[in-house]
Design a protein around this ligand. Structure first.
Ligand SMILES: [Zn+2]
Length: 76
């Protein structure tokens, strides 16, 4: 193997590593997005959407409509 061939082999090896890194980065890129989509939890208050949702001391959410005129909250 001549010195030039050795250099070329080294260069090829380096290129191959770079390509692998790009593929790894490219392959990893969609994964976090998918994970984030899955990991974004539906808020626990999702069933109170459109509702006041005010919590009483017992942790129960008000079931009246958002911005209800009634001064009191209705729980349960
Ligand atoms: Zn309320």
């Amino acid at each position: 193997m001549s010195k030039v061939d050795a250099m070329r082999a080294l260069k090829d090896a380096r290129l191959a590593e770079q390509r692998k890194a790009v593929v790894a980065a490219g392959g990893a890129r969609p994964a976090p997005a998918a994970t984030a989509r899955v990991a974004t939890p539906a808020p626990a208050e999702v069933d109170t959407e459109g509702l006041c949702g005010h919590r009483n001391m017992g942790g129960r959410a008000c079931t009246r409509a958002t911005g209800h005129a009634e001064k009191s909250h209705r729980y349960g």
